[in-house]
Design a protein around this ligand. Structure first.
Ligand code: GRF
Length: 213
């Protein structure tokens, strides 16, 4: 008998292109709900168009981060997720929230971590003059943008790049590696070896080197 598909809850704040890539990849997952802290997020409208249950929890209506995160965590737990996917969720999560979901909380970050944690990664990569940039899928821990790395993709930086052109090249790779990483999780193939994430029974590379466009 086949194992049941894992249950996934997606959190997003904006356009939701990574969420859309997840849907298009036809992963062996059951998306129980998409939750946004921004009621107008385009990603919520896309979820509704796909018949996926959505929840809008407007963070501006709550007194502080701890109160909002407690309610958000309770809402997520109602959907009994095996995995919580941050897909452009643009709020820092409180330590109490992360503790509740650690080990089943994935994020995609638009840089080659541990370089450029935080915001404005493409601007900062250009300002540093790096020649290679990229994106990282990682498990979320209390150490912001420093959790165990699952997969990475690298793109070349061009002399005439702007933050927007570089972001677009990186985003195309995000749309490749995030569905792949979620598939590995769903298949039970991600194993933690001394705090590093390896792929079970496989020597497949967890990195993608893109020639760019
Ligand atoms: C992506 O660049 C992702 O790396 C970052 O937020 C952005 C979300 O984009 N965490 P989208 O909403 O998935 O289009």
């Amino acid at each position: 008998m086949l194992a049941r598909p894992i249950r996934v809850v997606v959190l997003l704040s904006g356009r939701g292109s990574n969420f859309q890539a997840m849907i298009e990849a036809q992963l062996p997952i059951d998306i129980a709900a998409v939750i946004s802290n921004r009621p107008q997020a385009a990603g919520l409208a896309y979820a509704r168009s796909q018949g996926i249950p959505t929840v809008a929890l407007d963070h501006t209506q709550y007194p502080d981060r701890a109160a909002f995160d407690a309610l958000l965590a309770d809402e997520i737990e109602c959907h009994r997720p095996d995995l919580v996917v941050l897909a452009g969720y643009m709020r820092i999560l409180s330590p109490a929230f992360i503790a509740r979901f650690e080990g089943r909380l994935l994020n995609i970050h638009p840089s080659l971590l541990p370089m450029f944690p935080g915001l404005k990664t493409h601007e900062r990569a250009l300002a540093e003059g790096v020649k290679i940039h990229g994106c990282t899928v990682h498990f979320v821990t209390a150490d912001l943008d420093h959790g165990p790395i699952v997969a990475q993709a690298a793109v070349p930086v061009r002399a005439d790049d702007t933050p927007d052109t570089l972001a677009a090249r990186v985003l195309a790779q995000e749309h490749r590696i995030y569905p792949q990483a979620i598939r590995w999780f769903a298949e039970g193939r991600l194993i933690n070896v001394h705090g590093h994430v390896n792929l079970k029974d496989d020597l497949a590379s967890q990195s993608v080197l893109s020639p760019g466009t």
